[in-house]
Design a protein around this ligand. Structure first.
Ligand code: CO
Length: 180
């Protein structure tokens, strides 16, 4: 759910591969289960460290929430309704990242129920990554709980999927594919 993804500042992943055969092997418990995929990501040159693509904020009204950000000189550069998610979205660039204001198209939707239950607030963080298909498969096989059953296409035609807060430290994480 974004407009443009300038990715020329992406940097190579640190060389986890150097330590993978050592320190990661001695981990036990849940992390040990995931170490295989961490190593697999770092070992592939075409995959880069994630960047923060945007922060998703659930609001009752984009217009109302926008007033505050407008006072800071921030502008909405893109608005789009994503029908299959039942959300109106507005993107506000901030530095190299963005805020994504999310307003439900109907109260009877995932976001509408989130707002009824939790109120307005931070809804998800989106990390921009390369190799989205491969990451989907590797996270799945590493036992990470995904909140999407497949990769979907969102605002701006960008591909993404969600990872459940139960696997991420309590925050819904969206992985967005970097533009090629
Ligand atoms: Co998003």
């Amino acid at each position: 759910m974004l407009v443009c993804v300038a990715s020329d500042n992406e940097r190579p992943a640190h060389s986890l591969a150097n330590t993978a055969s050592g320190s990661l092997d001695i981990l036990s418990g849940p992390l040990a289960k995931m170490s295989g995929s961490l190593v697999a990501f770092s070992a592939q040159d075409e995959l880069f460290s994630p960047q923060i693509d945007h922060l998703g904020i659930a609001v009752h009204s984009i217009e109302a929430a926008w007033r505050f950000y407008e006072l800071l000189g921030m502008e909405v550069t893109h608005r789009e309704t994503v029908e299959h998610e039942q959300v109106h979205t507005a993107m506000l660039p901030v530095g190299e990242s963005r805020l994504e204001l999310l307003e439900p198209t109907t109260e009877d939707s995932v976001l509408g129920r989130f707002l009824a239950r939790r109120g307005e607030g931070l809804h998800h963080i989106a990390l921009r990554v390369t190799g989205l298909d491969e990451r989907f498969r590797q996270l799945q096989s590493a036992g990470v709980r995904l909140a999407s059953d497949s990769i979907r296409v969102g605002a701006g035609g960008h591909r993404y999927f969600f990872v459940h807060p139960g696997s991420t430290g309590g925050v819904l994480v969206e992985l967005v594919e970097a533009a090629g």
